[in-house]
Design a protein around this ligand. Structure first.
Ligand SMILES: Nc1ncnc2c1ncn2[C@@H]1O[C@H](COP(=O)(O)OP(=O)(O)OP(=O)(O)O)[C@@H](O)[C@H]1O
Length: 255
């Protein structure tokens, strides 16, 4: 993680509500440039909703979200497009277009955002696909022809299509076997270091937290209850945090 703590995402007083259900109530969070932040919390605490709100898929009821110092909720459409070019998102299921090949999926954000000759997009797409450890043969395959792990990698290649500064990952290792999950963690860690990425990662995976996260943010009680390193999490006196970081699964990871 870089020494200067420059916040690239600043969330303040966020309120999200669906009908009578308040999911976030005054949530604050900073994400610093170059860090890998793991976002954890019990099921339904609003981790995915937080990610989706930051990237503009959910409009919050109240609060402010600054990304790269700009208020994304008040940005014009043109400003938003400029900001969106600077991040990539990997959704839980990869969210690939099923009717497009892997290469066409990776080219899609380039077609939308850049005006480049097709030969250049193809070359860049192939580069991203190799960066995530997929063989060249994968370029011409459709998502349905890939394993779950390969689909995640293809989704990651698409998230990297525009050379983003921030990557948002929603439970990237969910559904992978432990070896596949460890390999995916290693890939994210390597890419983060070599590309200097800031990573916002929603996860349930204690191995991922231990392996690649610089800091952890715990969602509970409709807000970010606490942030800190894994070591700091061990000292937090809160029932859910204690159970999560001291439970049998945690002991196996931190031992
Ligand atoms: N578009 C929506 N409309 C209505 N309710 C929603 C919507 N999106 C999410 N919710 C509700 O908001 C709450 C938080 O959902 P979210 O998916 O963020 O949880 P999570 O912390 O990511 O959970 P999990 O760990 O189980 O994936 C849930 O109760 C969910 O039903």
């Amino acid at each position: 993680m870089s020494g200067a703590r420059e916040p690239v995402i600043e969330v303040r007083g966020l309120v999200n509500q669906f009908g009578s259900q308040v999911v976030h109530d005054g949530l604050d969070l900073d994400v610093y440039r170059g860090e890998v932040l793991g976002v954890v919390g019990g099921s339904g605490t609003g981790k995915s909703v937080l990610l989706r709100t930051i990237v503009g898929l959910i409009r919050p009821k109240a609060g402010s979200i600054r990304v790269f110092g700009r208020d994304v909720l008040k940005a014009s459409d043109a400003e938003r497009r400029e900001i969106e070019k600077r991040w990539g998102v990997l959704f839980q299921d990869g969210a690939l277009f099923s009717s497009l090949t892997v290469l066409q999926n990776v080219e899609a954000p380039m077609r939308e955002q850049l005006s480049l000759p097709h030969s250049m997009m193809k070359a860049l797409g192939e580069l991203k696909i190799s960066m995530v450890g997929l063989p060249p043969l994968a370029c011409g395959k459709f998502p349905s022809e890939l394993s779950g792990g390969m689909r995640k990698r293809a989704g990651l290649a698409r998230a990297l299509a525009l050379d983003p500064e921030i990557v948002f990952l929603d439970e990237p290792t969910a559904g992978l076997d432990p070896i596949g999950a460890a390999a995916f963690d290693e890939l994210i860690g390597q890419l983060q270091k070599s590309l200097g990425l800031t990573v916002f990662m929603v996860t349930h995976d204690l191995d991922s937290l231990q392996a690649i996260c610089d800091r952890v943010a715990v969602l509970a009680e409709k807000r970010v209850l606490v942030t800190g390193t894994m070591d700091e999490m061990l000292k937090v006196d809160h029932p859910w945090v204690h159970e999560y970081f001291h439970g049998p699964r945690a002991r196996a990871v931190t031992a």
